[in-house]
Write a protein that binds this ligand. Structure first.
Ligand SMILES: *[C@@H]1O[C@H](CO)[C@@H](O)[C@H](O)[C@H]1NC(C)=O
Ligand SMILES: *[C@@H]1O[C@H](CO)[C@@H](O)[C@H](O)[C@H]1NC(C)=O
Length: 176
């Protein structure tokens, strides 16, 4: 009898562990810390990809809800994008300035994440990489890791923007 309970307990622990390893790591509040692109203008002031992430939620159908601010005519505006999983494991897509796909390159769920995004039907539009933090900034070791990853993905250092030094709509996050 004791043995049986032990088995049940171990199975339950095993099941729990497996559930913890899914995309739920992505959910919750994030801050845009660094952005980089091979087309720098899209992440510069008034650029369409200069997005300040607020929150990510995993929907029941496995899509991601991505809530962000963007500065439109000098005002912080909140928007939502829904990203659907693709056939590739860990990859998501959404339509915005054409077709976009992205995947996570690195994540420590309570600290930071780094993603790589390709725009265009065949990934022949712009490329973009983002570093998000659970707080408004990240440790310098993580920044260095990100710069390295950008270079490995063909984005030069000059095209990395530090958003912590600009208006990221931090006040707007606390309203509504
Ligand atoms: C999942 O649900 C959301 C919100 O209802 C919807 O926008 C999205 O397209 C759905 N995803 C899929 C893959 O059907
Ligand atoms: C961005 O847009 C605002 C408002 O439309 C404008 O005042 C500002 O000069 C623009 N900045 C750049 C770099 O184009």
């Amino acid at each position: 009898m004791m043995m049986l309970w032990l088995c049940v307990a171990l199975i339950l622990i095993g099941a729990q562990k497996e559930a913890a390893a899914d995309v739920s790591e992505l959910s919750g509040k994030w801050y845009t810390v660094l952005l980089a692109s091979d087309h720098r203008e899209i992440i510069e002031e008034n650029g369409s990809m200069r997005m300040f992430v607020k929150q990510v939620d995993i929907l029941k159908n496995s899509s991601l809800s991505y809530i962000y601010h963007i500065i439109e005519n000098g005002q912080c505006a909140a928007h939502e994008l829904v990203c659907d999983p693709t056939e590739e494991e860990g990859e998501y897509s959404f339509e915005y300035n054409g077709h976009n796909v992205f995947h996570i390159l690195d994540i420590v769920s309570d600290e930071y994440l780094i993603y790589f995004l390709k725009n265009g039907d065949n990934g022949d539009g712009f490329h973009l990489m983002g570093l998000y933090g659970r707080g408004p900034d990240v440790r310098s070791e993580i920044r260095e890791k990100y710069v390295q990853l950008c270079q490995e993905h063909g984005i030069v250092k000059e095209n990395i923007l530090d958003l912590t030094k600009t208006d990221r709509c931090l006040q707007a996050r606390d309203q509504a």
